[in-house]
Design a protein around this ligand. Structure first.
Ligand code: S3P
Length: 168
């Protein structure tokens, strides 16, 4: 059975854009877990947080991750917090090469600051929040098979780097 590709990493590291491009190159189907959550709930992620809270969102996220982890020949882009729960980490590793996209907190701040679709970054000091969350999640992100720093790379270059890494 061929392995899937799972993209993990913080908000603003380019998982969705890179994932779409990678899927095209490999002839795999592209799956975005946040999109599936929104489809299932019928409202955007930020509204799910507002109306039902983070715990509810995490529960749906885990169910979706469980479902997609048994698929084949797919590139799966996950939400930045998908790695927090151990059951997700286990399901995501099941049949996949895991790739973590990283970026400096400064660049993450720049890439996310003009969008209000990320409930966890809606705070007075977004930059500090990014640094705190990065620190909290670092142990989980570092479990990935491949790590790519996207701080200075455009999506196309990230895809090329991933393709190269997978060949070696
Ligand atoms: C989250 C990241 C978001 C989304 C939700 C929570 C997180 O996805 O799942 O807002 O906890 O880091 P992206 O990483 O695609 O922005």
């Amino acid at each position: 059975m061929k392995k899937n590709i799972v993209l993990i990493g913080f908000m603003g590291t380019g998982k969705s854009e890179v994932g779409k491009e990678l899927a095209k190159m490999l002839g795999y189907k592209f799956i975005d877990t946040d999109e599936l959550i929104e489809k299932r709930e019928g409202i955007p992620v930020s509204e799910i947080f507002d109306k039902y809270g983070e715990t509810y969102f995490r529960k749906i996220e885990s169910e979706i991750i469980k479902d997609v982890s048994v698929m084949e020949n797919v590139v799966i882009s996950t939400g930045g917090g998908a790695v927090i729960r151990s059951e997700n980490r286990m399901n995501l590793k099941r049949n996949s090469i895991t790739i973590c996209l990283t970026a400096s907190p400064e660049v993450i701040y720049e890439r996310t600051k003009d969008y209000d679709n990320r409930p966890l970054l809606k705070t007075d000091d977004t930059y500090m929040r990014i640094k705190e969350l990065l620190k909290e999640r670092e142990p989980y992100y570092s479990e990935a098979d491949i790590k790519i720093d996207t701080t200075q790379l455009e999506a196309q270059k990230v895809v090329e780097t991933i393709m190269k890494e997978m060949r070696t």
